[in-house]
Design a protein around this ligand. Structure first.
Ligand SMILES: O=P(O)(O)OC[C@@H](O)[C@@H](O)c1c[nH]c2ccccc12
Length: 270
């Protein structure tokens, strides 16, 4: 594990202990029983791709360890509405407080403001957090292979599926990819961000592609900034994208989404 990931996970362990003390698992489970069903995260991605479009998972993120504060004027409700109105397949909402200035309430509010499925973007290491994700409204969770053992991956995936949520499993390299492919989820996220140096390179996705079976859906994550990136990835038949920072830096994040992906769709029709 890289130093930053190790630091985040260590802190997360302490946070989970505090959260469990505030709300026990049994009580958390009761609140999940009262919540409505999860939205179909994978279905939403498949239907965009089936219609020949890029499936965009648009991220709501105030800050990050690599970039610092990304967006001062941060209103998750209006951002969610704007993304949904501009054709996002799904949303991703950062809930980690310490490193990303996220919050559970941002996810709940964003989801209530639209009808698209929502991923809880956090560092999930304990089944308690999977229940928590569903309790706050999440329709999908992220599992980062670099931070988890095979056994943890399997247990956390089982918990998510039991609760009707999808799993996006994230990898950075070939060794992690082989471990991810042992899971049942079709959603394989390739993070283009090198967690040692924080730089992004879409080559990471392109290089790992040949090792991914046809029945999986590749989600390219991080560092997608310009139309050329999108064109290059779609030419390689990568059709699902997780994008945050470039949208968050624009006054109108939805318009930025249309600009980055809308142009491309027009290009393909021609
Ligand atoms: O803001 P970007 O470069 O478009 O990247 C979005 C997303 O991929 C990134 O936020 C991310 C990918 N995996 C993560 C794991 C934890 C926190 C954040 C992330």
């Amino acid at each position: 594990m890289t130093d930053i990931l190790q630091e985040i996970i260590t802190r997360k362990h302490a946070e989970i202990i505090e959260r469990k003390a505030r709300l026990g698992l049994a009580e958390l489970q009761e609140s999940v029983a009262l919540s409505g069903p999860a939205r179909d995260f994978i279905g939403s991605i498949r239907s965009k791709i089936g219609a020949g479009q890029a499936a965009v998972i648009a991220e709501i993120k105030k800050a990050s360890p690599s970039a610092g504060i990304i967006r001062e004027d941060f209103n998750p409700v209006s951002i969610a509405q704007d993304y949904a109105a501009h054709g996002a397949a799904c949303l991703s909402v950062l809930t980690d407080e310490h490193y990303f200035q996220g919050a559970d309430i941002y996810l709940t509010a964003a989801r209530e403001a639209c009808s698209v499925p929502v991923l809880r973007k956090d560092f999930c290491i304990d089944p308690y957090q999977v229940w928590e994700a569903r309790a706050i409204g999440a329709d999908a969770i992220l599992l980062i292979v670099a931070a988890l053992s095979d056994e943890q991956l399997q247990t956390l995936e089982e918990s998510a599926h039991y609760l009707g949520m999808a799993v996006l499993v994230e990898v950075h390299n070939s060794a992690e990819l082989q471990r991810a492919l042992k899971l049942r989820t079709p959603l394989i996220g390739i993070n283009n961000r090198d967690l040692h140096r924080f730089v992004t390179d879409i080559e990471t996705t392109l290089q790992l592609l040949p090792q991914i079976p046809e029945d999986r859906i590749v989600v390219t994550e991080s560092g997608i900034r310009q139309v050329e990136d999108v064109l290059q990835l779609r030419a390689a038949d990568v059709n699902a994208f997780l994008v945050g920072e470039v949208f968050m830096r624009e006054a109108q994040p939805g318009a930025a989404l249309s600009k980055l992906f809308g142009l491309l769709d027009a290009h393909i029709v021609i």
